[in-house]
Ligand binder design. Sequence first.
Ligand SMILES: NC(=O)c1ccc[n+]([C@@H]2O[C@H](COP(=O)([O-])OP(=O)(O)OC[C@H]3O[C@@H](n4cnc5c(N)ncnc54)[C@H](O)[C@@H]3O)[C@@H](O)[C@H]2O)c1
Length: 261
Amino acid sequence: MTAFNFDHKVAVVTGSGTGIGLEIAKQLVQGGASVVINDIDKQKADAAMQLIQSIGRCEAVIGDSSDLNCIRSLVDTAVASFGHLDIVVANSGITTFGKFLEYDQKEFKKLVDVNLQGSFFLAQEGAKRMIKTNSGGRILFMSSVTGHQAHPNLSAYGMTKAALEMLAKSLAVELAEYKITVNAVAPGATLTERTKQEDPNYQEVWENLIPVGDIATPADIANAALFLLSEESRQITGQSIIVDGGWTSYSPAPGYLKKEK
Ligand SMILES: NC(=O)c1ccc[n+]([C@@H]2O[C@H](COP(=O)([O-])OP(=O)(O)OC[C@H]3O[C@@H](n4cnc5c(N)ncnc54)[C@H](O)[C@@H]3O)[C@@H](O)[C@H]2O)c1
């Protein structure tokens, strides 16, 4: 059971073999939706599909979500397997750290391909399909707090996330006449397999900076996502919900947080 009902809805979620995307896909299926998941890693995609199929209807498309053929295949699979398409979640995103003065062009291109090109064209393909059936729809981009505030060594990544939020606003206006809403969720520090792997002390390090005293779980992010994907959010479009335990609400100042020494 989830807070929202997704019976008869069909969704595509990219980068959903693990982490936040997997949680969103799982919750959508728990709410009654049929979901096409995607991952570049076959093992992760297969494991996620098996897990979700134990709850409900799920298919997987293995491939790079920045590739236009993969994007078309995701949308085609949704329609072929489940009849139509109502929801797309452009969740796939890579985080490459690097100092601005040393940032490599190859890394930059890969980052922009996955975080922007993949999200832009998934939204485009998804919207075209939704418009064909004239039944409205939901598009959601996965942003980040780094799209709102500067973070060390994340200039390129933060730029892509800020761009996604502008894209949500632009598409909110362009797609409004088709009853398609377009929003974003901006997670703060979230404990996923990747963040744990990048830093075994991830939780301890980041919870000290977060006013509510805890980092987010993928379920915290999915809860916000599911609201924006639900029928109940029909008046909300062009917006971004920051899910960060208050992290971006304060300005760094000595002694601001009680736990600071
Ligand atoms: N985890 C966080 O703390 C955090 C914070 C802010 C924003 N985000 C954003 O949330 C989204 C999900 O983050 P996460 O930490 O769950 O992701 P992640 O790095 O754990 O990746 C999730 C899955 O995406 C797959 N993937 C990577 N590149 C792909 C590609 N090109 N095509 C298809 N699949 C691909 C990976 O194999 C992995 O299974 C991303 O857009 C990320 O930028 C995450």
